[in-house]
Design a protein around this ligand. Sequence first.
Ligand code: FAD
Length: 549
Amino acid sequence: MKPSFFLLNSNMPSGSASLIWFRKGLRIHDNPALEYASRTSAFVYPLFVIDPHYMEPDPKAFSPGSTRAGISRIRFLLESLADLDLSLKKLGSRLLVLKGEPSEVLIRCLKEWDVKKICFEYDTDPYYQALDNKIKNYASLAGIEVFSPVSHTLFNPADIIEKNGGRPPLSYQSFLKLAGEPSWASSPLLVELSSVPPVGDVASFEISQVPTLKELGYVQNDQEELTPFRGGESEALRRLRESLSDKEWVANFEKPKGDPSAYIKPATTVLSPYLKFGCLSSRYFYQCLKDVYKNVKRHTSPPVSLVGQLLWREFFYTVAFGTPNFDKMNGNKICKQIPWNDDDELLAAWREARTGYPWIDAIMVQLREWGWMHHLARHCVACFLTRGDLFLHWEKGRDVFERLLIDSDWAINNGNWLWLSCSSFFYQYNRIYSPTSFGKKYDPHGDYIRHFLPILKDMPKEYIYEPWTAPLSVQNKAKCIIGRDYPKPVVSHDSASKECRRKMGEAYALNKKLNGVVSEDDVKSLRRRLDEDGGQEARGRRQRQKLIS
Ligand code: FAD
């Protein structure tokens, strides 16, 4: 079967060596970089570099892991590498693992192994863009061919931006119109390789096996539940098959419908961590979904269908690629400038699941332990942190998600935080998730809370979402005294959400008045004014209260 998604000139001399540099794209199926290297070289060096930037243990971090990644994601990655190594071995090769700053390691390898071609999947993340430029520059000086196909996404974000006159589309609908069907969609993808050429001489390099967490210096906390999701292409394909086997479920999939509290059998596919690391090809996923649609009478459509979910991913990749400073408020043209508060104590309470709102805290425990939560659960905690209750900066929440999620993805995470904080894409800041009644709709008995916050496991269902309202006798019986065993709410949702709406209203008015050109000083002076007004209002409230009592 011929792949239809790239052109090549394969007049390589026999004996030539290629290096395939794995970063994401940790798979054999639909991997054009691996396929090209294999087809056109006598020797192939499959390399993964353990990058200290992401993987150096950080004992000072707020939870086990490195500065940039929680332990669950690191474990997921190591499992994915072990699985890739196993698959490569079946094809006559193996994964070579080296440690160090990737561009330095790579340049040494290219020199010592006399590599004629370097192949790696194109990556739009700013970190990899910078790294890839270094490698491309070196390769061009050294006369080494670079093959870097787009295979992490369905579309090349640059093509969509070009079609739109050089700017990214800012709505999902306009994205859909521009994107149409992917060019490769009608021909079958290359999903199997029969062999990979042998690894050449590794010269003086000390190549290690895929390391364990312990070998990397991580200490695991036995108390914490670990993510139930195993990394790797084999598990990704198994999960995909399992999801697709229920054709009715696929055909009727409708998001945001679905139960965010379902944790034993999640309401969505949980393929995001596999897509993040490229254990699963998004293009293969897309083709499989289209095959299911062909065989059913009726199916849902974007934005709510499963194909629609993959297109959300593409949408955020495209906007992120075409927007300078996409991951910041400052200097980001599509982001409303909002005078978020700075409060490390409140931030720590949110991050460490101590807000006193069991629904919010349970989700934050699921994040810390599993690294994955349902989309609507993410909505709830992101809204709570920003425009709903605490009025803290979305960048702070983004950082926590970025570190702890096993599916942590630069474009998607930033895009969704911009959305949830009503900084971009979505502007109905009056619509706030209730931290008490939203979860109750799906899970009146509070099983999800009981699982992730076992301290509340004996709280009667009448109080599980608002345990501070339980009489002391009930708290005693449930062996959970509020304020001692589990915190009181850090804010009162009613007054905090009212205050948030007021501040959002003022911030939106300022952005409108200044036509979106809001300076840092403008934001600061609005913050001062809002604090003064807020202070006056709070004093007024206290006085009124005194008069009443
Ligand atoms: P399914 O519903 O089964 O969807 C299939 C795939 O479609 C997902 O695996 C994912 O790749 C894609 N997808 C689904 N929803 C979205 C969406 N809203 N935006 C973009 N792509 C989507 N998703 C990440 O993959 N990485 C992140 O870092 C991330 N951060 C988020 C932060 C916030 C604040 C919010 C609200 C959402 C975030 N999401 C992120 C999007 C979404 O919640 C997850 O993709 C989804 O819950 C993953 O579960 P699933 O694979 O079962 O999704």
